[in-house]
Design a protein around this ligand. Structure first.
Ligand code: HEC
Length: 394
């Protein structure tokens, strides 16, 4: 596809993905908060009608009174609002974005020949295969474990994600590995809605229509998956912004960094879930903050030695050879029609001005050259690092 048209397509899909994702995760936060905040109904009559909990709220200039039935109301109300398009639209736009950005440019964004010299079709097949396999594993896990063993289920999910991240780190560039795990978790969330939560709700509605008492197991099944989805939200959101932060995916043990951040994120979600139920455990955010600091310190890159700094001509030669095919006023790299992120490294002034960013992307992390398409060597990275450490002289 024409790179300019591809950029527009990317922008529009990403925008839609963000909007529907906000709607979905917003409603997930709202309903879990609501469930955790319900109080027993104040009026006897409501209890007799089957109301299990209620909540009063004020928002946008009005008072709201929400009631949750223990199983279902005596009469099926109409219209009855369902929450599903948010989830389906988020998944669909997310998969489209994955295809437009990663699958269509697998050589740039997914494959790092220093990690594994895959063909683009192999990278795409691995990605799609793992998205499907992840769902099958998780779904079977929940079905077999039943309802009373949530800690076991959580431990198995963490172990699965860790193994998948490690395995992918042997196959993909760090950035694609992160995104792949996010796509896998996001798919579990959307599939939970499509294959479990909505069908269990349909069962409840059908039983009501037949005038039978609905089997509460359907409610439990939907609830379990909806709680899992809630714990997935913060981890998945981290993955979606991670491409901006090469210090995370660019680390040599990026898979461990990813697992640590996902755990911290789910733990923070746990804090909110407890808090909505009336237990505020400040030790959780305190631990998460300390954990984040410890992680940041542990993965901090070492500073290169300024003493071995090369002259500026060498720096210029390296940048011209390894960077300027993309980062120039007129990129010559196929697939790029404008300099990525507007960063041009085609004059001495521009190179000096970007010294810190060059250091961050090529030395501190190995995020650039992207996919190492221009085959930059370690010696060249050290040379650029030493030059920046020496104050980026001209
Ligand atoms: C094959 C094309 C290509 C090459 C070669 C390349 N880059 Fe990039 N660069 C990109 C792309 C694509 C992005 C945007 C990444 C993204 O989507 O976050 C980028 C982004 C950047 C950024 C900005 C990151 C940010 O988020 O602000 C810096 C800095 C950078 N590159 C430096 C370099 C340096 C230094 C080199 C040479 C060692 C280099 N790049 C080589 C394609 C390339």
């Amino acid at each position: 596809m024409d790179p300019y048209a591809a950029d527009w397509l990317n922008l529009l899909i990403r925008w839609v993905h963000l909007i529907v994702g906000i709607a979905w995760i917003g409603s997930s936060f709202y309903f879990v908060w609501l469930d955790n905040s319900l109080l027993p109904p104040a009026r006897r009559a409501d209890v007799d009608e089957g109301v299990g909990g209620e909540l009063w709220a004020v928002h946008g200039g009005g008072f709201y009174h929400v009631q949750k039935f223990r199983v279902a109301p005596a009469e099926l109300p109409s219209p009855l609002h369902w929450f599903k398009w948010e989830a389906y639209a988020t998944w669909t736009s997310g998969f489209a974005l994955l295809a437009v950005q990663y699958y269509a440019n697998a050589r740039t964004y997914m494959i790092d020949p220093a990690v594994a010299d895959l063909a683009p079709w192999q990278a795409v097949a691995i990605s799609v295969g793992l998205i499907v396999a992840g769902w099958i594993f998780y779904d079977q896990l929940c079905k077999r474990a039943g309802f009373g063993r949530e800690r076991l289920v959580a431990a198995a999910i963490v172990a699965f994600v860790a193994v998948a991240a490690w395995g992918l780190s042997q196959l993909f560039a760090g950035r694609a590995m992160f995104l792949q795990i996010g796509a896998m978790l996001g798919t579990m969330m959307a599939a939970n809605v499509l294959f479990v939560i909505i069908p269990s709700q349909r069962q409840l509605v059908r039983a009501k229509e037949r005038g039978e008492a609905p089997d509460p197991v359907h409610g439990l099944r939907g609830k379990q998956r909806s709680v899992h989805n809630n714990y997935f939200t913060l981890p998945v959101l981290f993955v979606m912004i991670s491409p901006h932060y090469p210090m995370t995916f660019g680390h040599p043990r990026a898979w461990l960094v990813l697992v640590a951040i996902l755990l911290l994120a789910a733990y923070v979600r746990h804090f909110f879930n407890l808090r909505h139920r009336g237990h505020t455990v400040w030790a959780i955010p305190a631990t998460a903050a300390l954990g984040t600091l410890a992680l940041a310190a542990a993965i901090a890159p070492s500073r290169p030695d300024a003493a071995s700094a090369p002259g500026f001509e060498r720096v210029q030669a390296i940048v011209a050879q390894r960077c300027a095919s993309c980062h120039a006023e007129r990129p010559t790299q196929p697939g790029f029609d404008v300099a990525p992120k507007g960063l041009m490294l085609d004059t001495p002034e521009r190179i000096v001005a970007a010294a810190q960013r060059i250091h961050e992307q090529t030395v501190a992390t190995r995020a650039m050259p992207i996919g190492n398409l221009t085959a930059m060597t370690d010696a060249e990275r050290r040379a650029l690092g030493a030059w920046v450490a020496a104050g980026a002289p001209r």
